[in-house]
Every structure is written in C-alpha cells, then in structure tokens.
Ligand binder design. Structure first.
Ligand SMILES: *Cc1c(COP(=O)(O)O)cnc(C)c1O
Length: 397
C-alpha cells in the first residue's frame, strides 16, 4: 500500500530525495520535520478548509458532460478546477503553503513562475495575508505573459525578470533557489508544483489532494460508488494530476492516464514529453526524469502551453509511470487545440491549453458505455485567448 507514497527519505521508488546546497540544509530539514505536524493540526485544517470554501470557492463541481459523453460513448465528468478563484488549481497549494509559512514564523515569500499562473496565485495569497512577495520570472515569459505580470504587480508583488539561460521557468527556479540561499532565515519558498526537494513534492500533493477527496464524495452521490474507471489529468510538474490521483492510488481498478505535452511531436526535437524523453538526473533538488542531452545538459522543452514546458517531472509521477501504475500519453499542440475547440463547442467551457492536453486523451482511448471517466479541468482558458484567436484566424480550427 505504501509503495506509491513517499518514504521517510523522501523517495518514490528510485525518484525524489533532497539534493540541496548545504546552506539550505537547516531550512529544508525544519520544513521536513514540521510539515506533517502542521498540515494535520486541527487549527491549520480549519483555517485551510474555511479559506478553500469561502475564498477559493470549493468544493468545485463535478460536472457530468452530456454532449462530450455522447461523443466518446462513456460518462465523462469534469472536475471543475477552472472555477477556483484565480482560475486554476494552483491556489489550493498557495493557500496551504502560506498558512504553513506563517506558522513557521516566516515573513517574506518568494516564488518562481513560468506562465505566471503560480505567480498570480502566490501574489494573491500574499495580499490576503499581508506578506512581502517576490516572484522570479524569465524575461521571455514576462514578454509572453504580460497580463499575469500586471496582475502580480497590482496584487503588490515584486516581479524580478530573470535573464540567464533561455529566460524561462527553469532559469526562474534557479534564481528563486539562489534568493532562498541568501535569505534562509526569514524567507519561505512557495514551490508551485510537486517538484523540488523533499518534502515539497509530498506536501504539494497533500495540499492538492482535496481534488480527489471531493471527487470521491461527489461520485458516491452521483454514481453510487466512490471510484471511477479512469482519471485523466495533464502533467507539467504534475500537481493537478497528483491531486486528482491521490485518493485513488491504492485502488487498482482506477486507471490513471497522464497527458504530457508532445509539442510538435515527441520525436520532433520540439517537445515537452518529459516522461517519455527524459533520463534520470537531478534538477532543482530532486532526482527524476529530465530532458537532457548525452552529456547531461538540460534540453529546453517546447509546448504551445506555457504551463507544461518544464524539463523535469514530479518524482511521484516518474515512479507511478515506471512502476506501471499510471499510463502516460503525449498530446501534441494541434491535438490539444482541437480538443479545446471541441469542449468549447460541445459544452460551452473554454479550457486552459494545459487542460486541453488532458482532453486530447479522449480521442486516443476506447471507452465502454458504462465507463465513468473523471477528467481534471485544471484551469480556464481566459489567459489563452490570444493563442486561440490567432490559431482560429490561421485556420484549421
Ligand atoms: C500550471 C498549470 C498546469 C501545470 O502544472 P501541474 O503542476 O502539472 O498541475 C496545468 N494546468 C493549469 C491550468 C496550470 O495553470
């Protein structure tokens, strides 16, 4: 039963661990010793759950699609994380971590962001809790995601442009770690996915596990059983997927399908299919599958979705796939975009491009009529309108 959970050394099978510079050792050790106690504390639970309900808007609906289900010949439910405050699942994690930071006596929050979604979710909870907030963001991403930069600044965060490397998420993460090394005593680093050194992957998975906890209750009400036949989620670092699968891991009848970003094709040289292309290595404090060259240089991932182009993957998912518990499919840019237009036309829901990768799985599988499928709709498409409009104008959709 324990084989899919993290062990006491922070490993999922051969993946995970905490490979950190010595200066951070005390910080990470303190966090490791404190996080389970704090997360299980009754007062913490109350504050966290009250905010999830009244501030985030949880529980999110579990919506049985009609026309999408008809089209694929099974019962497809959407777990509506797109309806959360700030438009995605990321706020579940940032609310939890800022409460934890406060309990640990930290006064300053730092974060990395790629597309800006995690940055906005962090800036939001910092405004809420009156904490100083510094967000590191690659200069390339700042130019691509201007609206999210404006939101973070309006929320009171300082956005620091990162100009090293390709000036994207990996470089922003390096810079955030550097800041943490310089300010270990007063600063708390809110990581945005199930990545980084132990205990972050396990902590973030627990904070997102509310997704599958609610799903079980909602399915019992709607289907008379707590478990579906399939759960489907997209993976960048893997936090919405971790939340979606968490309470189903020990249920062998629940099949898990992960959608990673194929980009222009897994073998095109322009892809972010980290699990399929990755080799074992260490990135940002964790041993996992990484897109890297023969000599271990990290290769720049590509996806039309800014939220999925991380060159690593959470160690939990590397283990789940390697051990056969989860299946992973690569969904290419054009397949994701087609799925986004399809959901919009059939159900009146414009999904985030990340979530559209999960929707792209539906075409690649054959389902039986009484199969119950739960798909995590991780976020809404407002932030992606420019891309959708451009692709529509270019034709084909
Ligand atoms: C950030 C993001 C993702 C990818 O992150 P995970 O940690 O893999 O969940 C997916 N969907 C949306 C809407 C996002 O904002």
């Amino acid at each position: 039963m324990e084989k899919f959970r993290v062990d006491e050394n922070g490993f999922y099978g051969e993946f995970g661990g905490a490979y950190i510079p010595e200066i951070l050792y005390d910080n990470v050790e303190n966090l490791k010793n404190a996080y389970l106690k704090i997360l299980d504390d009754e007062l913490f639970q109350k504050e966290y759950n009250d905010l999830l309900r009244d501030y985030v808007g949880r529980p999110t609906p579990l919506y049985l699609t009609r026309r999408l289900s008809d089209k694929y010949g099974c019962k497809i439910y959407l777990k509506r994380e797109d309806l959360n405050h700030t438009g995605a699942h990321k706020i579940n994690n940032t609310i939890g971590q800022i409460l934890l930071a406060r309990r640990m006596g930290k006064t300053r929050i730092i974060a990395e962001t790629g597309a800006g979604q995690h940055g906005v979710a962090t800036a939001t909870v910092c405004a809420l809790m009156n904490m100083e907030c510094v967000v590191y963001m690659g200069k390339t991403d700042i130019e691509r995601q201007h609206l999210n930069v404006q939101k973070m600044e309006m929320l009171g965060a300082t956005v620091i442009p990162v100009t090293s490397g390709n000036m994207t998420l990996k470089d922003a993460t390096n810079e955030a770690i550097r800041d943490w090394c310089c300010n270990p005593s007063d600063t708390y680093y809110i990581i945005g996915s199930v990545v980084g050194p132990h205990p972050y992957p396990d902590m973030v998975a627990r904070l997102q596990s509310v997704i599958s906890e609610e799903t079980r209750k909602q399915l019992l009400e709607k289907e008379g059983r707590e478990t579906p036949d399939y759960v489907i989620a997209c993976v960048g670092g893997g936090s919405n997927a971790a939340g979606m699968v968490y309470h189903f891991l020990d249920e062998p009848n629940v099949k898990i399908i992960l959608a990673e970003a194929g980009g222009k094709g897994v073998n095109s040289g322009e892809s972010a299919a980290t699990i399929q292309l990755g080799k074992k290595g260490i990135i940002h404090g964790s041993k996992t599958l990484i897109m890297q060259s023969e000599d271990g240089q990290i290769e720049e991932p590509y996806s039309i979705s800014a939220g999925l182009d991380y060159p690593g993957i959470g160690p939990m998912h590397a283990h789940l796939v390697k051990s056969g518990r989860s299946e992973v499919l690569a969904i290419d840019d054009d397949e994701a975009i087609e799925a986004a237009f399809e959901l919009t036309a059939l159900e009146g829901i414009i999904p985030a491009i990340e979530s559209a990768h999960a929707l792209g799985v539906l075409k690649k599988k054959t389902f039986k009529p009484d199969d119950v499928v739960v798909l995590c709709l991780s976020g809404r498409g407002d932030k992606d309108m420019e891309t959708y409009v451009r692709l529509k104008e270019e034709g084909g959709f």
